[in-house]
Design a protein around this ligand. Structure first.
Ligand code: R5P
Length: 293
């Protein structure tokens, strides 16, 4: 019980000093609730940017290159990531709970690549389970313009409503099915549409006129890595995206299938958080790659 007597009297009231104004660094989230801002701060560093390491693609692809032994791979390379994007199955079984990273929890089930149409996803993770796993945000795949568009928007609405209730942000993922457009016009519309429906962060592909897309999207955009391309090109893509207003990257295969995933993440960190050019980052990648052999 607190002591009633013998306490030192309060005297340091900072009279005349205005409460500090602390602008919140995540785009569009200045008036979000405290818990929402707390979770966004786990994902985004003080510069308003983030590096997400995506290893959730096993949820549609199964074990593909780089995903074979998540229990060995991810803990050994994740130091330079800000956030881990994973399914609950991978998280529980392969990632030690005492890690200090944010978690973007893959929440929808969208079928497997064996099916032609993956656009009719369903909410697979209850918001209560996201809370139990202490998710920093909930990721929802959205197939805009597909036959399952309304299913996607229903899923998004479910997670946004639950997220607003419990102050958990939602990461709206712009999905591109086999037959779907991959034009700037499409990405501009899809990103804006997900933000209008309440997504707090958007994941999409880098494309031409990207600056216009980030400008018109009221919340942060992180770019997807997509299929493996040469390391130098992936760093160039990240650089361009950041220079054109992206708040970060959410890369999987371009890290995990790199010749040296750990060096690749370090190089991405230089581009995202240290404003390095692709040349500088690639040079550092090559040196780290040698060192880490
Ligand atoms: C969508 O977000 C997918 O699950 C991605 O395929 C996954 O996150 C892996 O990312 P990447 O396309 O960079 O390999």
């Amino acid at each position: 019980m607190a002591d009633k007597d013998g306490n030192i009297l309060a005297k340091d009231y900072g009279l005349g000093i205005a409460p500090p104004l602390r602008p919140f660094p995540v785009k569009g989230m200045s008036s979000a609730g405290w818990g929402m801002q707390r979770r966004l701060s786990e994902i985004f560093a003080d510069d308003g940017r983030t590096i997400m390491l995506a290893f959730d693609h096993g949820y549609i692809l199964g074990s593909t290159a780089g995903l074979e032994r998540l229990d060995l791979t991810i803990p050994s390379i994740m130091a330079d990531a800000d956030c881990l994007m994973a399914t609950r199955g991978a998280l529980r079984t392969c990632i030690p709970a005492n890690h200090r990273k944010a978690v973007a929890l893959r929440c929808t089930a969208d079928g497997s690549v064996l099916k032609d149409d993956m656009s009719r996803g369903v909410p697979a993770v209850d918001v209560e389970d996201a809370i139990r796993l202490n998710a920093s945000c909930m990721a929802v795949q959205c197939f805009i313009g597909s036959d399952g568009e309304l299913d996607s928007l229903r899923n998004l609405a479910y997670y946004v409503n639950a997220g607003e209730k419990y102050n958990i942000p939602v990461l709206g993922v712009v999905a591109v099915g086999k037959e779907m457009e991959r034009t700037s016009r499409y990405f501009a519309m899809a990103t804006r549409l997900l933000a209008e429906h309440g997504a707090h962060i958007i994941k999409t592909y880098y494309c031409d006129n990207f600056e216009q897309i980030t400008a018109a999207c009221p919340v942060p955009i992180v770019i997807a890595g997509g299929k493996k391309i040469p390391e130098r090109d992936a760093l160039e893509m990240a650089y361009r995206a950041i220079s054109e207003g992206a708040a970060g990257v959410d890369m999987g295969r371009n890290v995990l299938q790199s010749a040296c995933p750990q060096a690749m993440l370090k190089a991405i960190r230089m581009v995202v958080h240290e404003d390095a050019t692709p040349e500088e980052a690639y040079h550092a990648y090559e040196l780290w790659q040698e060192d880490l052999k």
